[in-house]
Design a protein around this ligand. Structure first.
Ligand code: SAM
Length: 218
């Protein structure tokens, strides 16, 4: 999707994807990555995800990448966390505690920066992108991450004839096709259910599926 689309969503507070308590499956599955507390963790397309607080609470150094400065400001302000700002390359960085949100385009993150991360967490990033961008995103991410880097990917699935994305329907086959060239991919768990939010029910969804994958860069 184009940057203007997302900036407008943040401006209009149309952020139905945001989870005020973070994602319920992160806590259960993150330990399987076996990352040391001091590991550097990338959170692509982070919004103001509360999961970044949880990851930082485990000792990780967390870097989120996000188009919207509104999201970055709200993330720190709502937590009562002080931050400073710094320009780094193409990014306006908001830095507070162990968390940095780089405001800018993920595709502007240089490979040399990507190579510094030992871990990543993708919830509602891959599925926010239409198919053509999804390939470019995975190629960029996996092309830059070091061998052995490991991440948790959470996808969202539904009958695509019922609704247009975002969020886009992503299934096991898509994940294998996108990541299989670069990484070992393991489906850790799946959760089937009814759409949790009104905005998805209003758009016609009747059944959903979350897939949780462990990705290890080869
Ligand atoms: C569906 S939201 C998910 C946010 C977050 N991961 C969460 O779980 O709440 C997708 C976010 O990605 C951001 N975004 C989309 N494309 C981007 C890009 N190319 N670079 C940086 N941020 C992007 C949007 O502004 C939006 O906040």
């Amino acid at each position: 999707m184009k940057q203007d689309f997302w900036l407008q969503r943040w401006k209009d507070k149309q952020i139905g994807f945001h989870q005020t308590d973070g994602h319920p499956l992160l806590h259960e599955h993150w330990p399987q990555l076996s990352l040391v507390p001091a590991a550097r963790v990338l959170v692509p397309l982070c919004g103001k995800s509360q999961d970044m607080h949880w990851l930082a609470g485990r000792g990780h150094h967390v870097t989120g990448i996000e188009f919207s400065a509104v999201a970055a400001r709200e993330f720190f302000d709502e937590a009562g966390l002080a931050y400073r700002r710094e320009r780094v390359g193409a990014f306006d960085c908001y830095i507070g505690g162990r968390i940095t949100i780089r405001v800018g385009d993920i595709f502007d993150l240089p490979r040399s920066d990507l190579a510094r991360f030992e871990g990543f967490y993708d919830r509602a990033a891959l599925i926010a992108l239409p198919e053509d961008l999804r390939h470019a995103y995975v190629d960029h991410l996996m092309g830059g991450l070091r061998r052995g880097a490991t991440g948790l990917l959470i996808t969202f699935g539904y009958d695509p004839s019922l609704m247009d994305g975002p969020p886009f329907n992503v299934d096991d086959e898509d994940v294998g096709e996108l990541y299989g060239r670069y990484a070992h991919v393991d489906l850790l768990a799946e959760r089937r259910g009814l759409p949790e939010s009104d905005h998805l029910r209003d758009r016609g969804l009747t059944a959903t599926r979350d897939g949780i994958y462990l990705i290890v860069r080869r």
